[in-house]
Design a protein around this ligand. Sequence first.
Ligand code: AMP
Length: 250
Amino acid sequence: MKILVAVKRVVDYNVKVRVKSDQTGVETANLKMSMNPFDEIALEEAVRLKEKGLATEVIAVSCGVAQCQETLRTAMAIGADRAILVETSTELEPLGVAKILKALVDKEQPSLIILGKQAIDDDCNQTGQMLAALIGCAQATFASKVELMPAQVKVTREVDGGLETLSLTLPAVITTDLRLNEPRFVTLPNIMKAKKKQLDTLTPESLGVDVTPRIKMLKVCDPPTRSAGVKVADVAALMDKLKNEAKVIQ
Ligand code: AMP
């Protein structure tokens, strides 16, 4: 059983991004880039399923610029068996990525496709859902537990007020939530081993996929700065302000 995992290269979650002065986006030059945290969880889950003997091969896929190779080498150091880079300099939208992944699913025929629930740069939370629709297969988003069986997968999801358990027929798409697992640390010997693993490079064109953007970004701007708070002398003054200035109590 093959598992395909989508891993996106994003600005590291510890970096505080700055909006470009012309409001066309955020500064990404010279910033630390890392694997999207939800994708690390997706990969960890796939590797654990392989270690349990439930899967035979884990393939990591990244779509984007040539530097995504670094993310894919990290994926192979975590435990992916091989990797595919779909290289393009076009700014990809979730639909473009979903179409690329669909083409790879047709080619590789995985039983399970695991993605992060969202990329921390665009916060779209769309790619997994779009991919499942394009394949026409079952999907379980925001997974917090995954139990793989030969022809089906049981997924527990955190929903408002409790847990929902779904049983999906394979092939299926799963997107990962934060509590699914805790990804392992990458060790130096595994980084060295990953250098020798297979990394194929394709292009959207070679897969017959049109990734022309359909959305035009109008502008990106900082949130309004908060005005400074005021100190009140006592509870009576606070009540007076809440009642007469903020008008939030009667
Ligand atoms: P999004 O819908 O953009 O929030 O992304 C959800 C998930 O789709 C991510 O966590 C990744 O697993 C996958 N994904 C999105 N963009 C890419 C990309 N360029 N390359 C690989 N995987 C991606």
